[in-house]
Design a binder for this molecule. Structure first.
Ligand code: HEC
Length: 204
């Protein structure tokens, strides 16, 4: 590329940027700095996880039966025909293997044996799976494949259909297996500056 062409391209790029900037400044001031716009609830929705109590799960529903079709097409290649794992984690089995300190008996951590909330399973699948195309499944399909995994784990019946309400009502086998950390937070007392600032850079 000749130097002249390079200069021309650079100039065009700068002009483009300025044009964009001017357009942004021309918009009505809807944010403190005069550009951009306040994020709506919908804009932010994809960055928030559902709470364990399921209070903000999306609408929709799906049956375990439909979930098998979703699983076979989207998940089986990595998690195995019987959810036994492969490239991806094993998803079922292992109940009762988490208790005890016997080093010769390693715990088998799965959704069935370990996870305390079914709502978290929905949220994880919705955001992170399939590994190669996260966020590609519809909410109905996520409900369905969640129902299928829970049914294969004998946590819900094989003919279950799950929605926000019924999913939140599912009781996971290891629900009470987590111990809350009783130690108090021990940050320096909050003063005029946020305590994080103090913790990172204590007073000299
Ligand atoms: C390309 C391979 C691949 C595909 C396809 C895939 N997964 Fe996964 N999955 C993984 C891997 C790898 C992990 C472990 C990720 C990690 O630990 O960060 C995982 C983790 C998970 C977990 C968490 C397991 C645990 O106990 O921590 C769940 C649940 C899950 N996948 C469900 C699904 C579902 C449902 C589908 C289909 C919609 C799916 N996966 C498709 C590879 C895959």
């Amino acid at each position: 590329m000749s130097t002249t062409t390079e200069r021309l391209l650079a100039a065009t790029a700068v002009a483009g940027l300025l044009g964009l900037g001017a357009a942004a400044w021309a918009q009505p001031a809807t944010a403190p700095y005069g550009f951009g716009q306040p994020a709506t609830r919908d804009d932010l929705a994809r960055f928030f996880s559902s709470m364990p109590d399921g209070s903000d799960l999306p609408a929709g529903s799906g049956s375990a039966e439909r979930g098998k079709a979703v699983y076979d097409a989207q998940c089986m290649a990595c998690h195995g025909a019987n959810l036994e794992g492969g490239i991806g984690d094993r998803l079922i089995g292992g109940r009762g293997t988490l208790a005890g300190n016997d080093p010769t008996r390693a715990p088998v951590k799965t959704v069935e044996s370990h996870w305390p909330h079914a709502t978290t399973l929905f949220d994880y699948i919705k955001r992170a799976m399939p590994l190669t195309a996260p966020e590609s499944l519809s909410d109905d399909d996520v409900y369905a494949v969640t129902a299928y995994i829970l049914s294969r784990a004998n946590i819900v019946p094989g003919d279950a259909t799950l929605d926000a309400k019924s999913l939140a009502a599912v009781r996971m086998p290891n629900r009470d297996g987590f111990i809350p950390d009783p130690r108090p937070e021990s940050f320096p007392p909050a003063a005029s500056a946020p305590h994080q600032t103090k913790a990172i850079a204590p007073a000299q």
